[in-house]
Design a protein around this ligand. Structure first.
Ligand code: HEC
Length: 93
């Protein structure tokens, strides 16, 4: 079950029609990443409060109004459930 959630989160993060996170972020296990955003690693240590990570995925403009990271939740690119799965995956990095 936990493994399924991780696999789903990874698939959503890497899917070009969904998270497309690799276009901007290096992520362990992902090919040809962009370098517009910081590499995603040590997520649990850096974001001990999971809600902080979810908030970034939902709408990073709340933290940084000038970010170019898409507000995945606010724009409905990703559902809340999809964001939760990606947060699970990020926490495994
Ligand atoms: C268009 C480029 C772009 C895309 C696509 C993108 N991001 Fe980002 N992301 C950024 C930038 C730039 C930052 C740096 C912080 C800022 O701009 O506010 C960032 C910051 C972050 C942070 C905070 C990292 C830190 O060290 O502070 C996380 C976590 C994150 N992104 C996750 C994701 C995930 C997961 C996806 C895919 C669902 C994604 N991003 C898609 C550009 C992007």
């Amino acid at each position: 079950m936990a493994q399924d959630a991780l696999a789903e989160g990874r698939a959503l993060a890497f899917d070009r029609a969904k998270g497309n996170c690799l276009s901007c972020h290096a992520i362990p296990g992902g090919d040809l990443p962009g370098t517009i955003g910081p590499p995603l690693a040590d997520m649990k240590a850096r974001f001990p409060k999971r809600a902080d990570l979810v908030a970034i995925l939902h709408d990073e403009t709340q933290r940084n109004p000038r970010t170019i990271m898409p507000p995945f939740g606010r724009n409905l690119i990703l559902t809340d459930k999809e964001i939760e799965a990606i947060a699970d995956f990020l926490y495994s990095l």
